[in-house]
Design a protein around this ligand. Sequence first.
Ligand SMILES: Cc1cc2nc3c(=O)[nH]c(=O)nc-3n(C[C@H](O)[C@H](O)[C@H](O)COP(=O)(O)OP(=O)(O)OC[C@H]3O[C@@H](n4cnc5c(N)ncnc54)[C@H](O)[C@@H]3O)c2cc1C
Length: 560
Amino acid sequence: MTRQRWWGWGVDGHDGPLPASGDALLTAELGLPGGRRAPGPLEALALPVSALAPGARAALEGVVGRAWVRDDHPSRVSHAVGRSYPDLMRLRAGALDVAPDVVVEPGTAAEALAVLRTCVQLDLAVVPFGGGTSVVGGVEALRGEHGGVVALDTGRLTGLSDVDVRSGVASFRGGTFGPDAESELAAHGLTLGHHPQSFEFSTVGGWVATRSAGQASTGYGRIEDVVQGLRLASPVGEVVTGAGPATAAGPDLRELLVGSEGTLGVITEVTLRVRPAPGAKRFEAFGLPGFAAGIEALRALVQAGVAAPVTRLSDEEETRVNLAMADSGRRVGGLRAYMRTRGLDRPCLLVLGWEGADAAALRAHREAGVRVLRAHGAVALGTGVGEAWARNRYHGPYVRDELLTRGVLADTLETAASWTGLLATYRAVGAALRAGLAARGTPALVGCHVSHLYPTGASLYFTFLARQQAGAELEQWQTAKAAAGDAIAAAGATITHHHAIGRDHAPWLQGEIGDLGLALLAAAKRTLDPTGIMNPGKLMTWTSDDAVYGDRGARPGEVG
Ligand SMILES: Cc1cc2nc3c(=O)[nH]c(=O)nc-3n(C[C@H](O)[C@H](O)[C@H](O)COP(=O)(O)OP(=O)(O)OC[C@H]3O[C@@H](n4cnc5c(N)ncnc54)[C@H](O)[C@@H]3O)c2cc1C
């Protein structure tokens, strides 16, 4: 069951105007036209007619029960697309050219398996749907070459199914939402520590299906680092991977299923490594004298093994815009003035979240980290900014909704590169985004942060803002996205660090994993999903005639 409002992020009650200083900055630098473009009413949103073959609905009801097969307008709208910029713009435009014919919610892993078998018989495509927070078109209700499309909502496959505190492992059903997983673990004194920005509205199964990375991944690892085993319902049967601590029993099948984006089956249960909940936490901020210097500091931190679990370094532009968007009051003015007195004229803000079993453990870790930072010219800014970041860590997507209402193109994209290639990738992608938006005649603000560190490299996460091109909003976005994707590929970086491939990144997959890589994925697809009903058009493109993998021709956002 989706928890989000149909037209935007999250739930009502978190919206508000932009802070005056942020509003002034955007108006001046992007030339905002003024006025508001609020979404229309849900009833007015046009969808393709639901067209299930006679008897199909009854067959599905026979598997899960009548109450769990829905084709009402709100259910179809809320399962039609995810939460990418083009998704939100299409919802706001009042018409979608895709929607599931029906939404089905199995209550058990056995029912999920039976739904898939039934869909094979009925020739219905199946789109696994967790929280629906995909930003790459991963849940778009495409039917491919099939007779209809079912959104398989994992909303009843929830909860902790097993916990072994002594070994530090816990099993969750695939549809368990982030806050529910953490509160179940908290009752045992444990934590998973996986907090993507979408935490409140995304699911364990969705995280595993997309290889997600939480905000504390530098300390806790990405989701694939903590998956010990899983169960996948496929159209031809269930796959259960081993759940032991380690194995040498051939290639690791978990790695084939993690990141499979619903194209091989539905993840019904996941066994995850968990840890004792930390006894002490501290958020704080530092100012760095430039992005290049900051990146060197991060490299030193992570290679010395003393990085904080949450480590986020904004470049000069993101720092400037974030400070304007954070507050128009005296506190930010004071912070800027203080940084200037310390020689930081164009500062880069670094937010750190430390954790430890207790205060002493935290202190020892932090002191080692702070020594490295000071050696790289970092200036301590205290806990206020860090705590404000932690308090607002899930608020950004609500601001995006407000920006869209104000006529701003607001989107993000991400990649990762080695430490050696990181700055060059950063410069190339930033330049491509600016050029892509300038080509459409719109000035842009392009900022970036590094927020996931590895001994060998790090992620780059870009945010870009521009005045929307009225009447050509999607084309404007496509131009910027294609320019950035091509620049990432040319730099030899990955097309996605944690958002996954979905539909929007499919054009670049072949370049990244090669024809043989695509053929290996295709072989898995043929084995588990021989009629190609699972999530058509995502990750790899499949037709039963010629088995074409990797959508090389289409550009991001094109509907086909
Ligand atoms: C505002 C915002 C912030 C975000 N922040 C982050 C972030 O910090 N880190 C990050 O990694 N991502 C982030 N994302 C992207 C997104 O939240 C992640 O990809 C997340 O893992 C998706 O989980 P979900 O439950 O919403 O999956 P969905 O969006 O429902 O599905 C995503 C993909 O997984 C498949 N899928 C879902 N559930 C299953 C299942 N049980 N079995 C098989 N396939 C399944 C779907 O078919 C689809 O292909 C963000 C997105 C938004 C909108």
